[in-house]
Design a protein around this ligand. Structure first.
Ligand SMILES: [Zn+2]
Length: 548
């Protein structure tokens, strides 16, 4: 049995038999029934999804002796001739090999003649995007005033290459990739008709490999029948198609998650010794990660179209406790490795390196989550824990850092890093002064503390805060503050006020951007402070995480 026989024998002969393109066939059938067919159609979509098959059935429907009818009889001379590619009224033209202006001129000549037998002349131009610019222009003239008896069907895998002038004169149909389960059930029907037995898993393997193309899946099935005869096992399918068992990917990922380097290296050995293509192995692994992502991202419906129910169950299990960000980082490493492999003869080394990198990967912890945890203080069991990092459960971390505070609005210069001790003393000072004298406290709060030097507490003021600065220079306020600094620092500090330069001409209306910058600076400063903090380091050690 050859592919040709199998494919030809099972080629759809009416609209109902076309799999997975109901949105196209229903519209076409309605158009035929209501006699509203167009003069030009464009069928866009991936290869092997039924574009030319649909075009031929449309031709039959229009030219059937009982037609135009949405259900061509497949028995009249016209139907039989179209099925046998002998019809004078249906011309199939390969756009790739007839792409020049001369061929299109011939076509335009031909268009003038009325059909010999049927009611329509149907021109099916495959891969129409291959036509030259001149050829398209010549075609356009015919499309502008098509004779009543002519129907064009343009099929293309690259519709974006078809000029808009052509597209605008066509009714467009976008053919979809055929869903996995639709391909599987079609293959099943076909095989039972051929009295070939095949394991279900084998059909899924073939359908997956075909990536939504019915023609490819039939062609692969044909190879398998040639290889194993009338009883096909899933292992045969993997062997013929050079595929790695999905089980291997489940195992590989578990090894990576367990940081099991010897384990993953021996798995690669198994793959290499098994004679599998290592690049295919990576691509298969990426496909595996993609499925995990679908599950992790909650896209169950997409997943259902691409997996067996058993698989879906297994993927759901593996996706548990796996963060989508971790999956993406793993995928990035594999994508890099695959790209490098193309340029190198050291495929195995590259795969091994990639796997070791995967093993070294720590779980993703968002900085925001860390800050939140630090702010909460990890020792309070009542408080909500951040989401658990994927690779290891977090352990209790006792941390405490003061929360980010909005800077007073007047100030635009980036703050200097100050020690946490100083900052907390400064906050205590403001509170203490405010308790004794509200205005003095407010003035103090509007300042940016620069530091303590030679018995002076140096404060910086923006140009807008001149009033506050002047107030603080008042002797009564000075004394009050000195008393409070004595309690906090153990020495009486004299308040020395500075004015920040460069913003004097600033008007309130244009202040917004610098303020935001200042806020951003504060966040950056806080971030670097957090990154440096020993608490974070011990926390990261505890959860085995890294900051991204
Ligand atoms: Zn017929």
């Amino acid at each position: 049995m050859s592919y040709l026989v199998l494919a030809r024998k099972w080629r759809p002969q009416n609209f109902e038999q076309i799999v997975g393109q109901e949105h196209v066939t229903t519209t076409l059938r309605n158009a035929i029934r209501t006699k509203r067919t167009a003069h030009a159609y464009i069928f866009a979509g991936a290869r092997g999804v039924g574009k030319t098959t649909t075009a031929r059935i449309l031709a039959k429907a229009l030219n059937c002796a009982q037609g135009p009818t949405e259900t061509p009889c497949n028995q009249c001379t016209s139907c039989l001739e179209i099925t046998g590619s002998r019809s004078m009224d249906v011309l199939e033209i390969d756009g790739a090999s007839n792409r020049g202006i001369d061929q299109i001129r011939d076509l335009r000549e031909n268009v003038k003649y009325t059909p010999t037998q049927g009611k329509y002349k149907v021109y099916i131009i495959d891969e129409v995007h291959m036509l030259t610019k001149e050829a398209f222009n010549a075609l356009l003239k015919t499309l502008e005033e098509p004779p009543a008896h002519v129907v064009f069907v343009f099929a293309t895998t690259e519709v974006h290459k078809v000029p808009i002038t052509i597209l605008s004169r066509c009714q467009r149909f976008d053919f979809r990739r055929i869903q996995l389960n639709q391909i599987v059930s079609h293959l099943k029907k076909m095989l039972s008709g051929e009295e070939v037995k095949a394991e279900d898993e084998c059909l899924y393997i073939v359908a997956k490999k075909a990536e939504g193309s019915m023609r490819d899946s039939i062609s692969l099935m044909d190879q398998l029948i040639a290889f194993s005869g009338n009883s096909i096992k899933a292992d045969d399918a993997r062997q013929v198609l050079g595929l790695v068992d999905e089980e291997m990917y489940f195992k590989a990922l578990e090894l990576v998650r367990a940081h099991d380097k010897p384990g993953i290296l021996s798995l690669i050995d198994q793959v290499a010794v098994g004679g599998y293509d290592l690049q295919e192995f990576i691509l298969g692994w990426l496909a595996h990660l993609r499925k995990l992502l679908l599950i992790a991202a909650g896209s169950g419906r997409t997943a259902a179209g691409e997996m067996t129910p058993d698989e879906q169950e297994k993927f759901t299990q593996q996706a548990q406790g796996l963060d989508d960000r971790d999956i993406l980082r793993m995928a990035n490493i594999l994508i890099d490795a695959e790209a490098t492999m193309k340029r190198s003869s050291q495929a195995r080394l590259i795969l091994e390196m990639a796997c070791l990198r995967l093993c070294n990967l720590d779980s993703t912890v968002r900085l925001e989550e860390v800050i939140k945890l630090l702010d909460q203080g990890g020792d309070d069991p009542e408080k909500e824990e951040p989401p658990a990092p994927a690779l290891k459960p977090p352990q209790q971390a006792k941390l405490n850092v003061s929360p980010i505070k909005e800077e007073p609005a007047e100030y635009t210069a980036p703050p200097q890093p100050l020690s946490r001790d100083f900052e907390s003393l400064w906050q205590s000072l403001i509170t203490a002064v405010q308790e004794r004298h509200m205005t003095a406290g407010t003035c103090l709060a509007s300042a940016r503390p620069v530091g303590v030097s030679d018995g002076n507490l140096i404060l910086s003021f923006g140009p807008q805060a001149n009033f506050h600065k002047k107030s603080l220079e008042d002797k009564a306020y000075q004394e009050l503050i000195q008393e409070e600094t004595f309690k906090l620092w153990g020495q009486k500090l004299k308040v020395v006020c500075q004015v920040e330069k460069g913003q004097a001409s600033q008007t309130p209306q244009v202040k917004e951007t610098p303020q935001r910058l200042s806020r951003q600076d504060e966040i950056d400063r806080r971030k670097s402070e957090v990154m440096e903090s020993p608490q974070l380091k011990s926390f990261m050690d505890a959860v085995d995480g890294e900051v991204v």
